[in-house]
Ligand binder design. Structure first.
Ligand code: G6P
Length: 367
């Protein structure tokens, strides 16, 4: 009812607005003095140094957090990271042992495939860390260690604030591992913590510009296909942007690694096709701009999400959304906000049941 939604039209919008708090509540209890302390990890620095591999296993949006985390963990801790969907992991005879840390990510803590993957990883001797939102859930109880995301209850089927909290938890983990393995210097850590603490206000700022995105979304209510392109972390962000859009608006959408477009998907681009390009990684700006030009010559309308200051992008985009500057590993937390708003306003404009999209469940407890 209306009171539960706190004045918002939908739970999804309310929960999007709770993201600054979800992010803050997830990092603040774990920053003590100026250091990261994750007691519930239950691992000494010595044990962290002994790890040979990390496997991240999850479903849906939580698996997109996994894809983003791969870039961050590999970048900061130089540990090989594999990311798998739980439904694939459990039937593919994965290679892991005592020196593998399996990280299972789940909002509900009840997803059947994720729980089965956890049990299998434990049986094979790996240590399992759960990143879970629901306290006392099955995954929280069965994991060797559990690091809670403090997003609070999430009602809308399409996740927003739990996703943002999961990203935050993974940032902390990656920084902790980078430090323990001697790869992240103290001054670098301090700079990153500064950027982390700035995220809630930056998210707030992006949310306050929602009307601009609503106006833009209203022009695309009749779209048939939308493509999301990006490279590196931006590809992972694209996956989540695309999923949000398709699950609540029922418009077909796909996320594509921008460099891979020319191997097939570009044949689907025609006059007026909307392509959402995500560019938050400076070293890849040029490559992305050339991909945007490729689709634009074929008639695509290009919407770009990029970082303030990257005005270069305007020569290859028809519409640009700027996000504030942050550490290159944290850009997902900001870039996803306009994409959530875009999906939301398209779905609202099309008259969809935003909080309860057809055929979907909040928590998938059957295989
Ligand atoms: C369902 C939800 C998604 C969620 C996925 C995994 O499909 O609709 O929003 O990402 O399950 O759920 P979990 O609770 O394990 O994070």
């Amino acid at each position: 009812n209306a009171a539960e939604k706190g004045g918002y039209e939908h739970f999804m919008l309310k929960e999007m607005y709770e993201q600054p708090k979800a992010v803050m509540d997830t990092f603040s209890p774990r920053i003590k003095g100026s250091q990261i302390e994750i007691e519930e990890l239950g691992m000494t620095e010595e044990e962290i140094r002994k790890l040979r591999k990390i496997m991240i296993v999850a479903c849906g949006s939580a698996s997109h957090v996994g894809h983003t985390s791969k870039y961050i963990l590999e970048g900061l801790a130089r540990l090989p990271v594999e990311v798998d969907m739980a439904s694939e992991f459990r039937y593919r005879n994965p290679i892991l042992d005592e020196q593998t840390l399996v990280v299972v990510i789940s909002q509900s803590g009840e997803t059947a495939d994720t729980l089965a993957a956890l049990r299998q990883a434990k049986k094979m001797g790996a240590r399992v860390l759960g990143i879970v939102n629901v306290v006392g859930s099955s995954i929280a109880r069965e994991a060797d260690n559990v690091m809670y995301t403090w997003a609070g209850p999430e009602i809308a089927v399409a996740t927003t604030k739990a996703y943002s909290a999961q990203l935050t938890a993974m940032y902390l983990l990656a920084m902790k591992f980078g430090k323990a393995r001697g790869l992240l210097r103290e001054d670098e850590l301090q700079e990153m913590l500064g950027s982390l603490k700035a995220l809630p206000a930056q998210i707030e700022m992006i949310l306050s510009n929602r009307e601009k995105i609503q106006k833009f979304a209203n022009r695309y209510l009749a779209a048939r296909d939308i493509f999301f392109i990006g490279r590196g972390i931006d590809h992972a962000i694209s996956m989540e942007g695309s999923l949000k859009l398709k699950e609540i608006s029922y418009i077909h959408s796909e996320a594509y690694a921008a460099g891979e477009l020319k191997h097939g998907t570009i044949s689907l681009v025609e006059e007026g096709t909307l392509v959402a390009a995500v560019l938050t990684q400076k070293e890849l700006y040029k490559k992305m701009i050339s991909n945007m030009e490729e689709v634009r010559t074929r008639g695509a309308f290009v919407m770009a999400v990029t970082v303030e200051g990257n005005t270069e992008v305007e020569k290859a985009a028809d519409y640009v959304i700027y996000i504030p500057e942050t550490n290159k590993y944290f850009t997902n937390s900001l870039a996803i906000i306009p994409l959530q708003l875009f999906a939301y306003y398209i779905a609202v404009g099309r008259g969809c049941d935003v909080d309860k999209p057809r055929n979907l469940a909040k928590s998938v407890t059957v295989e």
